[in-house]
Design a protein around this ligand. Sequence first.
Ligand code: CDP
Ligand code: CDP
Length: 223
Amino acid sequence: MRTMQIAIDGPAAAGKSTVAKIVAEQLGFIYIDTGAMYRAATLKALTAGADLTDGEALSALLKNVDIRLEPGEQGQRVYLDGQDVTEEIRTDQVTKSVSEVAAHREIREQMVQLQKELAEGRGVVMDGRDIGTRVLQDAGLKVYMIASAEERAQRRFEENRTRGIRTPLDVLKMEIEKRDRMDSERKESPLVQAQDAVLIDTTSLTVPEVASRIIGLAKERLN
Ligand code: CDP
Ligand code: CDP
């Protein structure tokens, strides 16, 4: 089968990574979680006690950072300077700081460069905020995935429940909306639907429904 690049963007908890993994597996492509890369960079900054408002200092700290995404037995593992940080990058503290780190031009340039290298010449499903508008501008298929804020908060709530985390639903909703706002209003590569992206509202769709819709679109374009 021929390969293609699939870009999936959208706000937090719209279902991008869950669906992207399934699509990649079904099509035999690799999956690249760009959010995990910004999260790993944020973890490094927090651990170093860096000033998150200073893009230049952050860029110097992260200059030779080694961020790797590798397949593991239970999904993708994330390595930061050789250490497995797959769980650590999902903590509340990282989630609350990541949009601030990701807003800096210097950090974005570094991450985008790495993301382009990882995708070069391969069948790939990549998800994030600026994939269709910046990282993979020539992607064969671009999807912009949305869902209502209530539904997205509910999804995070359910996920947290299975991990024993009990943040109230209204707090989750507020945090999600705040992060969406920061991601959409920043100057550098804000979250926005690419002109040529297919919009999918997942509010009342199941994961298999969304995945099969994207796989259908991909197959249409591959043929
Ligand atoms: O999975 P979740 O929606 O919680 O977020 P994520 O995909 O892990 O991304 C975390 C944060 O990284 C986002 O809120 C953005 O601030 C940033 N990000 C970005 O700026 N550009 C990307 N391509 C991916 C993530
Ligand atoms: O990557 P993103 O932040 O957009 O979302 P995610 O990390 O994939 O989380 C979405 C959550 O909503 C997961 O727990 C999914 O099982 C669930 N979900 C979904 O992704 N898509 C639906 N259509 C329905 C539920």
